[in-house]
Design a protein around this ligand. Structure first.
Ligand code: GLY
Length: 350
């Protein structure tokens, strides 16, 4: 009797007993940061909220069923990829040449496995292909035709490129091309500032983190331009303590290695998700001239939405099973870390 009581005390003191406790799962998502004003979105707002809610519910259902954080990230992102309101999958923006060219990546915190694809044109759900690269190849990143050949071998759904054509995105490109021809700076706020990308980070009941990001990149991109989203350490990162997915002006996220930078601060400086996210997204990226946002989730279940734009489509779901969503900078959602600018910083067309 005394011996078993002593044994229980030793277990509790060593943390072994508490380690066996199931972790409360959490899922956090974003659907792009940028110029998101109430006036811009009156017609679409309900659809966007509905899509965010469905993504949260589908992803969280995986976590509640005891599935992995990777399953949750993929389930959530597939919803956003299939919805034309987000710049990923079905709603991907057009390149200068009138194509839809998509990038995606995924990373697991436990073991730090990762997979990524860039410049794919026919993959309906690029996040699923990124996962297949992680799980069924010895590589981390595949691009272009080779990535699509691998998709075919893996039985992943390929579609005709016309599937990705939406009138709204096409008109955005036409407007920019006209302005370029007239040598004007773009006045389209969605082009200038809304570099919408989708992302998800999750913590599962085993305490394992995962992060994923999927995007169509930037309208009017040329020459095979690839942004931060498929680059592990720039747009996506997960380790045992921290997961990150970014949405912003990709070149700056690459130059600040935003994703691994945030998580390194959590690990080495013992910063919270909010502190580390603010230091990099609202600090380093902005000082360099970039903008955007991110989602950050730490292994204690705490999360943050750092962003420096007028809005970010974002949401989270946790213990109460209720999806929480917000679109605008002044929504005041749990986890928001908003950098308010007195004047919108002009972003050069590029
Ligand atoms: N953050 C998405 C991109 O720059 O492509």
């Amino acid at each position: 009797m005394i011996r078993s009581a002593v044994f229980a005390l030793v277990l509790a003191a060593s943390g072994i007993a508490s380690a066996a406790q199931p972790v409360q799962p959490v899922l956090v998502i974003h659907g792009g940061a940028g110029v998101i004003r109430r006036s811009n979105n009156a017609a679409d707002e309900a659809d966007i909220r509905k899509a965010l809610e469905t993504a949260l519910r589908n992803g969280y259902a995986q976590l509640k069923a005891g599935k992995s954080s990777t399953d949750a990230v993929v389930a959530a992102l597939r919803v956003l990829e299939d919805d034309p309101h987000f710049n990923a999958g079905k709603g991907a923006v057009f390149t200068h040449d009138g194509k839809n060219e998509m990038d995606a990546s995924i990373m697991e915190g436990e073991g730090q496995r990762a997979g990524a694809v860039a410049a794919v044109h026919r993959v309906r759900n690029p996040i699923t292909l990124a996962r297949a690269v992680m799980e069924h190849s010895e590589h981390v990143m595949l691009v272009g035709d080779g990535a699509e050949m691998f998709a075919k071998e893996q039985g992943i759904t390929l579609v005709d490129p016309s599937y990705f054509r939406t009138e709204k995105r096409w008109q955005q490109l036409q407007k920019i091309l006209k302005e370029e021809a007239a040598k004007q700076t773009s006045t389209d706020p969605e082009y200038v500032k809304h570099i919408g990308t989708t992302g998800a980070v999750a913590l599962d009941s085993k305490g394992h983190l995962a992060a994923g990001t999927s995007t169509g990149g930037m309208t009017n991109k040329r020459w095979g331009r690839v942004g931060d989203s498929p680059i592990i350490g720039a747009g996506t990162w997960a380790d045992s303590g921290c997961a990150f997915s970014g949405t912003g002006w990709g070149e700056y996220y690459i130059r600040t290695h935003a994703a691994s930078n945030v998580c390194a601060r959590v690990k080495l400086l013992k910063e919270t998700a909010a502190q580390a996210g603010a230091a990099v997204i609202n600090g380093e990226v902005v000082k360099m001239g970039g903008d955007g946002g991110a989602i950050v989730l730490t292994s204690d279940g705490k999360f943050a939405f750092p962003f420096n734009t007028e809005g970010m489509y974002r949401g989270w779901i946790g213990a109460d099973g209720v999806p929480h969503m917000a679109l605008y900078a002044d929504d005041g959602m749990t986890g928001d870390v908003v950098l308010k600018k007195e004047e919108p910083v002009a972003t050069p067309a590029h």
